[in-house]
Design a protein around this ligand. Structure first.
Ligand code: ZN
Length: 62
């Protein structure tokens, strides 16, 4: 059984760009591994989402 990666929230320190990436399966989207902001090239903060919020996202995706 494939382990589904946890959703992550990416946010930029500089321009406040942010995105929540929730892989639907064991196929991880390319932007899951972003470490630069696509808007300004700034450094991204990555936060793993877990617990209730994670379950909610999975429910919405199924
Ligand atoms: Zn930015």
């Amino acid at each position: 059984m494939a382990v589904r990666p946890n959703p992550v929230r990416l946010s930029c320190n500089q321009c406040r760009w942010h995105k929540i990436i929730a892989p639907r399966s064991d196929v991880v989207p390319n932007d899951y591994f972003l470490d630069e902001c696509p808007k300004c090239g700034g450094e991204l903060h990555r936060k793993q989402l877990s617990g209730l919020f994670s379950s909610l996202i999975r429910l919405l995706n199924e």
